[in-house]
Design a protein around this ligand. Structure first.
Ligand code: ATP
Ligand code: MG
Ligand code: MG
Length: 371
């Protein structure tokens, strides 16, 4: 059978590999971690550095198409891969999403609404940002930031320079702090023939900078949901995407939808689709990058997803397993370090739909710490 090469050995690779197997593909993982989440479930594994030309050549020679769950491969590494086999999404898309400045320039150029932002190359740019964006704003690294790492909030003018020096490498991005009503995301998949589908809008809540809970469908007006889906479609088309893309957005207090960032891969906020959709985001991803048809991204149940982060959440695992109605997903990581995503739990609400806050908390009770 055909072999799907997946660059990256984490949980997104694991769940993509399982989806690939279900569709009749063999998953071959390129990872720097021999026993990691994806390697455990893969047909074959190449272990090595993501930018080692010999490793990349060996990997590419044994697969039919390459996709990613890990975005931070070098431009040279990408070019090498692209010379040996189809890379989907394309290296160009990866390069844009690796770099916050490139991403914001691209999105702004495509007419996508963004939070006001400025490029910060020098300390002088901070004064310009204070003048044009106002305070507070957030300084963000342009590369390698995740789970809110690589960010510094600036509330007063004298906090800007320390933030600049605390974050490296430069340049940085300054982003106006949005007093958002809620955060939402949309997973969009687009096939080789340009057919695109969007999953229902997801509502996201963070805890300590890490995604904590996602609810689907987002409890927003039909107009806001339509704006969010339309934006995701426009981003996918503008990028000429082949694959799956998560688009993170803010809904501001005036009902405007602004893009925060994009990720050209399955997204944590789309994990609810695994149990609430006949074709989930991982299956859609595999179908898109292997040239299979994309079925409608329909949802049969309302759903809530709770991330299990670090040792404290994992202490609840036995109770979660013992609770009917909780649908657990384990990532196979040995060590539950603080802040590490270890798994997630989905809960479905098929009939009455999402309950209010109290009902959601009641359903998630076995997954919630007392703190
Ligand atoms: P991820 O793990 O999603 O890649 P990241 O480190 O790239 O995270 P962002 O998504 O940019 O970081 O920001 C993390 C969170 O911080 C956002 O989901 C949001 O809750 C908050 N945040 C980021 N930018 C802003 C902003 N401009 N205004 C208000 N809140 C923000
Ligand atoms: Mg990010
Ligand atoms: Mg984010």
């Amino acid at each position: 059978g055909a072999v799907l090469g997946i660059v990256g050995g984490g949980q997104l690779g694991r769940m993509s590999a399982v989806a690939a197997a279900q569709l009749g593909f063999r998953a071959h993982i390129l990872t720097d971690e021999a026993e990691g989440p994806a390697a455990q479930v893969a047909h074959a594994v190449t272990v090595g550095a993501y930018d080692d030309p010999d490793v990349l050549r060996r990997f590419a020679s044994s697969v039919d198409v390459v996709t990613f769950e890990f975005e931070n491969i070098s431009a040279d590494g990408l070019e090498l891969l692209a010379g040996l086999c189809p890379v989907r999404p394309s290296g160009r898309i990866l390069r844009i999403s690796q770099d916050r400045i490139a991403e914001k320039r691209f999105l702004a150029g495509a007419g996508i609404p963004l939070a006001p932002w400025a490029e910060i190359h020098t300390p002088q740019d901070l004064d310009t940002a204070i003048a044009t964006l106002g305070l507070p704003f957030i300084l963000k690294t342009t590369r390698l930031g995740y789970d809110g790492k690589g960010q510094h909030r600036v509330h007063a003018p004298d906090e800007a320079l320390p933030g600049f020096h605390a974050l490296a490498p430069h340049p940085l991005v300054a982003e106006a702090m949005i007093d958002f009503a809620c955060e939402v995301s949309v997973m969009v998949a687009r096939g080789l023939d340009g057919t695109a589908v969007t999953f229902d809008v997801t509502e996201n809540r963070h805890r300590n900078g890490i995604l904590d809970i996602s609810l689907a469908p987002a409890r927003v007006s039909a107009d806001i949901a339509e704006q969010a889906r339309d934006i995701a479609m426009r981003v996918a088309t503008a990028l000429d995407l082949v694959g799956l893309l998560g688009v993170e957005m803010f809904v501001d207090r005036d009902g405007r939808v602004l893009v925060n960032e994009i990720a050209p891969r399955p997204h944590n906020s789309g994990h609810w689709t695994m149990d609430a959709c006949p074709v989930d985001q991982f299956a859609m991803h595999v179908r898109a990058v292997t040239g299979l048809p994309l079925p409608p991204a329909v949802r049969h149940s309302d759903a809530v997803m709770k991330n299990l982060v670090g040792p404290d959440d994992m202490a609840l695992w036995p109770a979660i397993l013992a609770t009917p109605g909780l649908l657990p997903h384990h990532y196979g990581k040995e060590e539950a370090r603080p802040g590490r995503k270890m798994g997630h739990v989905n809960v479905l609400f098929p009939h009455g739909g999402l309950p209010g806050e109290f009902g959601v908390n009641a359903a998630l009770a076995p997954c919630l710490r007392n703190s």
